[in-house]
Design a protein around this ligand. Structure first.
Ligand code: CU
Length: 152
């Protein structure tokens, strides 16, 4: 009986480490650099966050959704010029080809829109963003709030 229990325990440990390893292998190709959000003023209901995502693997992946406990919803936006006016538009996903590097910065390309923020984002605050990828699954990225004028 003791022996049987030991085998079960060993099997459980093996399965746990095997699944951890599989998760690392799946998410190991993505690199996240400088995740930051701009600080907001009281009464401001939305904020913006930025980061650099690099696909160091040989397989394409796709960022398909983002959530955060600090916002009612999170959208992926891109900036487009409409005549002389810069407009934000929601995109459904961001494709990450092998070796692709997506750099987000204020006023250029993609940004992450935090909609319905529950309290102002103050410099030095930290909060998580959960990024969902088609292949790599969900990955939590810690974001730091920087000055409203922050840029990379
Ligand atoms: Cu936006």
């Amino acid at each position: 009986m003791m022996h049987f229990r030991f085998i079960l325990l060993a099997a459980a440990i093996f399965l746990t480490s095997a699944s951890l390893y599989a998760r690392n292998a799946e998410t190991g190709d993505l690199r996240f650099t400088h995740p930051y959000a701009r600080s907001t003023v009281p009464g401001q209901t939305s904020g913006a966050a930025y980061l650099t995502i690099e696909n160091q693997g040989g397989q394409a992946d796709r960022l398909i959704a983002i959530t955060s406990p600090i916002a009612q919803s999170v959208e992926i936006h891109t900036m487009t010029m409409d005549g002389n006016v810069m407009k934000m538009r929601e995109v459904q996903n961001i494709e990450l080809k092998p070796r692709a590097k997506i750099t987000m910065n204020p006023g250029d390309g993609y940004h992450i829109m935090l909609i319905g923020i529950k309290q102002p984002l103050k410099r030095g605050d930290k909060f998580p963003l959960t990024l969902s990828f088609e292949k790599s699954g969900k990955i939590d990225v810690p974001v730091t709030v920087e000055d409203a004028s922050a840029a990379k």
